[in-house]
Ligand binder design. Structure first.
Ligand code: BES
Ligand code: MN
Ligand code: ZN
Length: 518
């Protein structure tokens, strides 16, 4: 993570390794670039006239010793057409600028791209996204490379510019939020990127315990196999029993609502399958390595809690992580096995690869029995069908409570970590009919992401519940393979919004010293 700060000031007055300004297409100076052009007596416009930079997104041009300025360098960054500058373009521009700074020896820089006009977005949003995007751009997971790619002069600090000092408080708050979310995203990526021979259920439990030691408002409890059995979570155990790794049921409680200890909590449930081989319904070996990411839901819950704890949000939050490894062996569950859930409903396991729902259903019941949650959100790399339906961009979102769904969709739009709702209609439920038990764990090929959510809905009848299927969004495949840290930004935004909605200005308190403010 790099350092950042925020200020307002003229570009030519910055004593810095680099000043970063935007150029629109075609060869048009942004407001800040105009200012640099004026003090340098037309230096920038003459360069643009000669055709060195068109201003397309992704283009950059690094200049040294620009007349009239105090910085060592001026980095021109293509911003595309001004009218077309939206969220996605802005993020690409910041990404490109960060990469170039990092690769060209500027250890610190003053970046004016936060002053660009992004359609429908204000200063706080631009600062938030700039810091989050820059952090994400500089992320790498190289702890298992024996020779690391070390940059000789890495980027350490960026000062982001705002047009007026009046917005400083606002921008700094946005900056703190961005740093907290970035820390959560980083933790989530690190955990998800770890191989499954390191990141086992026990390892996840240890991480949760470490978090609870780091943050005062967090407490952690880990249920072992015996306690899991005593609670009646037999479907969770059925998934775990083919593996030599013992299952863990992780409970992390964040108590942030200080005066309101009993305020109904938000419960976050993260799927923690540290490796999903499919079990006896074994997956094909092509890309099976990617099933180390099948604990991304769990990782994102831990990441979100990190962001929440960093920001000390005044909420009560419970995280539940059923953590298991899904393996084939002589002790594994077999297709056709019938198992009782914690809710006492029986399940016919027709496919051992539909294991996520078998651990999540017991976590939902655990939430219902042990807390009086305001809302419950589960996060899971649940179905390949969701990837087919929506691709890699939005999370699949389903649930039984419209205002919760609406709040999550909005949080996703603001944080640029978007979700898309799929229909959880009753008509789909019958696909889960079982010949021999109360419910089957698969519903056929049609609408697989929906029938998976239908399965979960049977355990969420008494809850305000939503389900995020992150199978397509939690990691990238191919050349850029790796965890994305999603949906930490969405979830943190949802929780931030809840604080803003809850916020009631407190009346001043009378003390001996008179009126005490805040
Ligand atoms: N973890 C997988 C879902 C998954 C598949 C995520 C591919 C990302 C990429 C899940 O446990 C699973 O195997 N689901 C099955 C369900 C099926 C057997 C009903 C699937 O999607 O194929
Ligand atoms: Mn599976
Ligand atoms: Zn899985």
């Amino acid at each position: 993570m790099f350092e950042f700060s925020i200020k307002s000031g003229h570009p030519e007055k910055q004593r810095s390794a680099c000043v970063v300004v935007g150029i629109y297409e075609p060869r048009r100076l942004s407001d800040v670039a105009k200012r640099v052009d004026e003090v340098s007596e037309g230096f920038l416009s003459s360069i643009l006239r000669r055709g060195d930079l068109e201003g397309k997104i992704g283009q950059t041009l690094l200049l040294h010793n620009v007349p009239g300025t105090l910085a060592d360098r001026v980095l021109l960054v293509g911003c595309g057409r001004e009218r077309e500058l939206g969220d996605a373009q802005y993020r690409k521009i910041i990404q490109q600028a960060t990469r170039t700074l990092h690769d060209t020896g500027s250890m610190e820089a003053v970046c004016y791209l936060t002053e660009l006009n992004v359609r429908g977005r204000d200063t706080a949003w631009r600062i938030r996204q700039a810091i989050e995007t820059a952090n994400a751009t500089l992320y790498s997971f190289d702890q298992y490379k024996s020779k690391r790619n070390s940059t000789r002069r890495p980027l350490r600090k960026i000062v982001f510019s705002i047009t007026t000092r009046r917005e400083l408080n606002l921008a700094e708050q946005a900056g703190r939020e961005a740093q907290a979310i970035s820390a959560g995203v980083k933790l989530t990526k690190d955990l998800a990127n770890l191989p499954s021979n390191v990141c086992t259920p026990s390892y996840l439990a240890k991480q949760a315990e470490d978090l609870s030691k780091k943050y005062e408002k967090l407490t952690c409890q880990v249920l072992e196999a015996k306690e899991i059995r005593d609670k009646g979570m037999h479907t969770l155990l059925a998934v775990a029993k083919g593996s030599n790794e013992p299952p863990k049921f992780i409970v992390l409680e964040y108590q942030g609502a200080v005066d309101k200890k009993h305020e109904a909590p938000v419960v976050l449930i993260g799927k923690g399958v540290t490796f999903d081989s499919g079990g006896i319904s074994l997956k094909p070996s092509d890309k099976m390595d990617e099933m180390k990411f099948d604990m991304s839901g769990a990782a994102s819950v831990l990441g979100t809690l990190t962001a929440v704890a960093e920001l000390q949000l005044p909420l009560n939050i419970i995280c539940l992580i059923p953590a298991v490894e899904n393996m084939p062996s002589g002790t594994a569950a077999k297709p056709g096995d019938i198992v009782e859930t914690m809710s006492k409903q029986t399940v016919e396991i027709l496919n051992t690869d539909a294991e996520g729902r078998l651990i999540l259903c017991d976590a939902l019941t655990y939430a219902e029995v042990n807390y009086k949650p305001d809302v419950v959100i589960d996060i899971a790399t649940l179905t390949g069908a969701c990837v087919v339906a929506l691709g890699a961009h939005p999370h699949g979102l389903l649930g039984n409570h419209n205002s919760l769904i609406g709040d999550l969709l909005n949080a996703g739009k603001y944080s640029y970590d978007r979700a898309w709702e799929l229909p959880l209609w009753d008509e789909y439920q019958e696909q889960l009919d079982s010949r021999f038990a109360d419910i089957a764990n698969i519903g056929g090929r049609e609408g697989g992401a929906i029938t998976a959510a239908c399965f979960l809905s049977r355990f969420a009848k008494k809850l305000h519940w939503a389900h995020l299927d992150i199978a397509g969004t939690a990691w990238l495949t191919g050349k850029e393979k790796g965890a994305t840290g999603r949906p930490v930004p969405l979830l943190t935004q949802y929780l931030l919004n809840r604080c803003k909605d809850n916020f009631q200005p407190q009346p001043p308190v009378e003390t001996d010293a008179g009126i005490e403010r805040e």
